[in-house]
Design a protein around this ligand. Structure first.
Ligand code: AHG
Ligand code: MN
Ligand code: MN
Length: 335
């Protein structure tokens, strides 16, 4: 395990799971994009980045100015490097092909440019989530090439923009967290081995939707709030950051269970969940599993899903093993 205090570049240079120069360089590009975004988020209204963009994305969600700016920053900083074969994000209808004048690289980058959009204007926690897979063919990728299961990710991570900005990554051998040192403009290793405790008494769910929940989720949350005298037999606490990055970061620091389940309202609208498999659930699922936690839909492991569409949504239950396992059992028994 690397010593705290190394820069991201030093860490990648010495990290066996990152023995490819182009992967190290791509992660360095992503780090630069995250530093740029961190600066913009930090300056907020002074940088003119707050507010709505006045248009919707392909999923019918209102875009904020920063959703579009963040998407553009990632494209600008990666398209001409010769390291990526194509990019896909929740803010683009289809994948972004590398323009013909640039060399294509071997990686596919899928990302949620700005997670927690509703927090932007209130100075709350936001983030960027990314996932890297390989494109085996020499030919330019098509949308279908991005439909790889979460197990195929070579790297996943996020950058949290909060009191401090933190880059958290996995290369398939554990999870490392870096804090942005604004004085040096560099990410410095501060959390060399993040792990999710298997037991927890903290849950995260948007309880405003409880009337729409399905039976297993209703029963589980009732069991949690019943506290010591309830079926689980312990008192719980609740947190909801409004940004998956904020919630998952807390769980990587001290444990917890994060839930964005499928509910009856989504079913009526023909949706399979809210969170997106390729941009949110897969990268966060890999981080959580690599930290010793569990990532599930209630029926299957998130990382085992074979995606069938770029913007596919999935139910998400992830975090401390004991609690995720308990909700999975509630589903199995249809309790
Ligand atoms: P995004 O801002 O990228 O669309 O993602 C927001 C997601 C996720 O970060 C968060 O956990 C959840 O939506 C919040 O949803 P509610 O507003 O329904 O609580
Ligand atoms: Mn998001
Ligand atoms: Mn987003």
């Amino acid at each position: 395990m690397m010593q705290a205090g190394s820069t991201l570049d030093e860490f990648l240079e010495q990290h066996e799971a990152c023995d490819r120069e182009d992967l190290r360089a791509l992660l360095a590009d992503i780090a630069v994009a995250c530093i740029d975004l961190s600066d913009l988020v930090r300056r907020g209204e002074l940088a003119g980045v707050l507010g709505a963009a006045g248009q919707e994305n392909v999923q019918g969600e209102e875009q904020k100015k920063l959703d579009i700016i963040a998407n553009d920053v990632f494209i600008e900083l990666t398209q001409a490097t010769g390291r990526v074969a194509g990019l896909a994000s929740e803010e683009m209808d289809n994948h972004y092909p590398i323009p013909a004048q640039h060399k294509r690289g071997r990686y596919l980058l899928t990302f949620d440019p700005l997670d927690g959009s509703s927090n932007i204007d209130v100075n709350g926690a936001t983030g960027t989530i990314f996932s890297i897979t390989e494109h085996a063919a020499e030919t330019a990728p098509v949308d279908d090439d991005f439909l790889q299961s979460g197990r195929k990710q070579v790297c996943a991570g996020y950058c949290l923009y909060s009191s401090a900005s933190m880059l958290v990554i996995t290369l398939g051998d554990g999870v490392a967290g870096f804090t942005l040192d604004n004085k040096r403009n560099a990410f410095v290793l501060t959390h060399p081995s993040m792990s999710v405790p298997s037991a927890t008494n903290e849950f995260a769910i948007n309880a405003a939707y409880s009337e729409h929940w399905q039976a297993p989720v209703k029963r589980y949350i009732s069991a949690c709030v019943a506290g010591k005298n309830g079926p689980i037999g312990k008192a719980f606490n609740m947190r909801w950051a409004g940004s998956m990055v904020g919630d998952i970061h807390r769980i990587l620091c001290r444990g917890g269970i994060f839930m964005y389940p499928l509910d009856e309202r989504m079913i009526k609208e023909g949706k399979q969940g809210k969170l997106r498999l390729l941009y949110e659930a897969n990268p966060m699922g890999m981080l959580i599993e690599q930290a010793g936690g569990m990532a599930h839909t209630g029926l299957v492991s998130i990382l085992d899903i074979a995606p069938d569409n770029l913007h596919q949504r999935v139910p998400v239950l992830m975090g401390s093993k004991e609690e995720v396992q308990r909700v999975v059992e509630y589903h199995a028994n249809n309790k």
